[in-house]
Write a new protein. Structure first.
Length: 304
């Protein structure tokens, strides 16, 4: 039995916290409105800030299936919506020919029936059972092209798709749609207008500390405070790719595995590859630079 949708912003915050997602009030507000109004939610932001996790947490918290469409360059309608099982269709044709049943119209209606239809993520989401409509995650939409965006307009506007051989398939209950993009390119306004929009930013230090406490509970308080402050300072630097929340959590867990109880220069130097993903950024932080940042972190924390 699915859980009811939250009836207030505070209930939305509690729903997310119950699944270990620490959301700020602005995100909880737009998520509450998207659920209340039955509108898709368009989440934009840097990689690693927790956009995809929102859909996963929502599906878990509401006890609904999560259907994920991972976008990539060259994604087409067949991969996202449906395709026909051509091998099974050919076998069926051969069986009918061998039995002498070659009536063209009857054969066509039979082989282009739902028995031979392979349902891809979007069609699966639209055919969700009433009362348990799934969460449809369309992840990293900016990796696709404008043609795929145009295809999504019918889905997002009318919660339906058209299959030429079968006709229009409309969702008995609209799925909860979460769309994410890392903003590697702009998404067309026509698609954005069909959604509620929210920019997911890097969290402030207090919220990131709360996230680390939940996601890396083995890290002690001193280590958690120091590594969060260290990461916050890195994001203020002109790095090729600033560390996301996912990297902060990974770093906390990695340092815990090394039995660290506080940051020290050796641990920082040895584990920068957990936090940063580009060699130029790692080289910049090696040696004196990371020691300088660590000294500043400790000075700020001791005076706070």
């Amino acid at each position: 039995m699915t859980k009811p949708l939250p009836d207030s912003i505070d209930a939305t915050v509690s729903l997310l916290e119950g699944a270990d997602y620490v959301a700020d009030r602005s995100l909880a507000t737009v998520l509450f409105l998207a659920l209340k109004m039955g509108r898709p939610l368009f989440l934009e932001g840097e990689a690693g800030v927790g956009k995809t996790e929102i859909a996963k947490v929502l599906a878990e918290a509401l006890d609904r299936p999560l259907i994920r469409l991972q976008c990539y360059e060259g994604l087409d309608v067949a991969s996202a919506l449906y395709e026909w099982n051509y091998a099974a269709q050919m076998i069926e044709i051969r069986i009918r020919e061998a039995s002498g049943d070659t009536a063209r119209d009857a054969m066509r209606s039979e082989i282009f029936s739902e028995d031979f239809l392979i349902r891809r993520p979007i069609l699966q989401a639209l055919e969700g059972a009433p009362g348990r409509a799934p969460v449809l995650l369309i992840d990293e939409l900016d990796r696709t092209d404008e043609a795929f965006e145009a295809f999504l307009l019918e889905v997002l506007s009318d919660n339906q798709v058209t299959i030429p051989e079968l006709g229009t398939i409309k969702a008995p209950e609209p799925p909860i749609v979460i769309i994410t993009t890392n903003r590697t390119r702009e998404i067309h306004d026509a698609l954005k207008r069909r959604c509620l929009y929210h920019w997911v930013d890097y969290p402030q230090a207090d919220r990131e500390l709360a996230i680390v406490r939940r996601k890396a509970p083995r890290a002690n308080e001193e280590l958690s405070r120091e590594l969060v402050a260290f990461v916050q300072r890195l994001r203020a630097m002109d790095l090729f790719k600033s560390p996301g929340v996912a990297e902060t959590i990974d770093w906390a867990n990695a340092l815990t595995e090394l039995d660290a109880v506080a940051l020290d220069p050796n641990h920082v130097a040895d584990t920068l590859g957990v936090l940063l993903k580009y060699q130029d950024d790692i080289q910049r932080l090696q040696g004196a630079e990371s020691r300088k940042i660590l000294d500043e972190v400790r000075r700020d924390l001791s005076s706070s």
